[in-house]
Write a protein that binds this ligand. Structure first.
Ligand code: HC9
Length: 439
């Protein structure tokens, strides 16, 4: 996309397999597109995800639903996962997982006998992310940061990776064809979703049973699923479908973003120092009130935004237009697929000064950054896990920075590849030094 925007300018048309789309890069155009969004914003559908559910006769969750049925479920789920009223409840749940991650790093350092720990953190972070999202969804710990890891949970993690990996080759092929010829890629895809749904179902059933046994309500926050079950506003099949999507959607996404964030910070020791100062100051002022601390760490939040600018999870955000639009003097008919190339936008000097530079502070200045931070999408169809992800990542960074200095080998270039989501093209090795003993 970067090359094509270079060649054709800020808007071009493209046909890829069965999709014809108009691709845009300018934040102003993105603003027009999203502001004209109707009641039922529609993004590009991933055909194989839909085909799996049809094939296995499973309900769609909000990720795949459209129209009124989407809107109905989404409004109910917003109250449980996005509303200001509820997200404070996630903080203690995510914080304990963050603290356990730190304990685990200290243990690894001790084990190494070298006073530091150097590793590719992919797997550790996958476990951290699943442990986090499950604590918020179910209010239960899986124990993925302990020495013995439940092989079932590990299977779930691996299945999500396989699911993403097998999706991209099928993006431009009709699933019906793949199914008819029993293509290996389709079979692998089905198997991956089977594992995802089976594991999620086990977690959901357990909560369902426990909740019926313990009808007494203590007023204590128990997690998103118990809250949905108690309310009884959604049929259980719809709850299951959306909760499964959230559980699967919360593993690779946050863990890879955190890996990128730590990689960028490793190359910017002075930003690490600035962040530490901000964190310590905020904590002192907040006197142990974590919610208060989180409200006074703008640079931590900007660091996450900046990591997502350079390394978004999704290459684009898409919408089908509901009405005619004019962008860059081009007429775009209704029902056209328009893709905002957010990866390309994040690296274009037209929209970000010195885009190659990792500079969280750019988000703190008051220059117009409107419609430039689209990593979670926009509006009512934006990422439902956004608030969970943001809190999870902020708390993680706070703990890591307070406890360790992050380093990486100089001069190692890490590129990005497309695996449906964008991922590093080689392992990222990071070194963590305990702060008090680092020279
Ligand atoms: C992939 O051309 C490239 O957490 C396609 C257009 C496209 C459509 C939908 C996007 C997808 C891309 C990337 C992955 C996204 C997906 C919508 C949701 C998904 C952003 C850009 C997230 C990673 C979700 C996945 C949840 C799932 C595992 C239940």
């Amino acid at each position: 996309m970067m090359q094509k925007f270079q060649t054709f300018g800020p808007i071009y048309r493209e046909k890829l397999g069965m999709y014809e789309s108009v691709n845009i890069i300018d934040p102003e155009d993105a603003a027009i597109l999203f502001k004209s969004e109707g009641r039922y914003p529609k993004r590009l559908m991933i055909p194989s995800w839909q085909a799996y559910r049809d094939f296995r006769n499973k309900a769609y969750g909000v990720l795949l639903k459209t129209g009124e049925s989407w809107r109905h479920d989404r409004m109910i789920l917003n109250k449980e996962a996005m509303s200001l009223k509820v997200i404070d409840n996630f903080v203690p749940l995510l914080n304990e997982v963050g603290e356990d991650f730190i304990k685990r790093v200290h243990m690894q350092i001790k084990k190494s006998g070298q006073g530091r720990w150097t590793a590719d953190l992919t797997n550790e972070l996958f476990r951290f992310a699943l442990e986090s999202v499950c604590n918020v969804l179910y209010g239960t710990r899986l124990g993925l940061l302990e020495d013995f890891i439940d092989p079932e949970a590990q299977r779930f993690i691996d299945a999500v990776t396989v699911m993403f990996h097998t999706t991209s080759p099928m993006l431009y092929l009709p699933p019906s064809l793949l199914r008819r010829i029993n293509a290996k890629i389709w079979l692998d895809h089905v198997q991956a979703w089977d594992i995802i749904f089976m594991q999620a179902d086990k977690c959901i059933q357990k909560i369902y049973r426990d909740l019926r046994l313990n009808q007494k309500s203590t007023g204590e926050y128990l997690g998103i699923l118990p809250s949905l079950l108690v309310q009884d506003k959604l049929p259980i099949e719809d709850i299951k479908a959306s909760v499964t999507e959230m559980m699967a959607g919360g593993v690779d996404t946050t863990s890879i973003t955190l890996q990128w964030a730590m990689f960028e910070l490793a190359r910017a020791p002075s930003i690490q120092e600035q962040l530490r100062t901000e964190i310590i100051t905020a904590e002192t002022a907040a006197q142990g009130d974590l919610l208060k601390t989180l409200r006074s760490v703008p640079l931590v939040k900007a660091t996450i935004k900046e990591a997502i600018r350079l390394h978004p999870v999704a290459v684009s955000v898409q919408r089908y237009t509901t009405q005619e639009l004019i962008l860059q003097n081009y007429f775009i008919p209704a029902k056209t697929l328009v893709q905002v190339g957010i990866y390309a936008m994040g690296r274009d000097p037209k929209y970000f000064v010195r885009p190659e530079q990792f500079n969280p502070e750019r988000w703190l200045n008051d220059d117009p950054t409107h419609f430039r931070g689209l990593g979670f999408g926009f509006g009512p169809r934006q990422c439902l896990g956004r608030r969970i992800a943001e809190l999870e990542m902020a708390l993680f960074l706070i703990h890591i920075l307070k406890n360790f200095k992050i380093e990486t080998k100089r001069g190692v270039d890490i590129g990005t590849t497309f695996d449906l989501i964008l991922v590093p093209d080689k392992p990222i090795y990071l070194t963590l030094w305990p702060l008090d003993s680092h020279p």
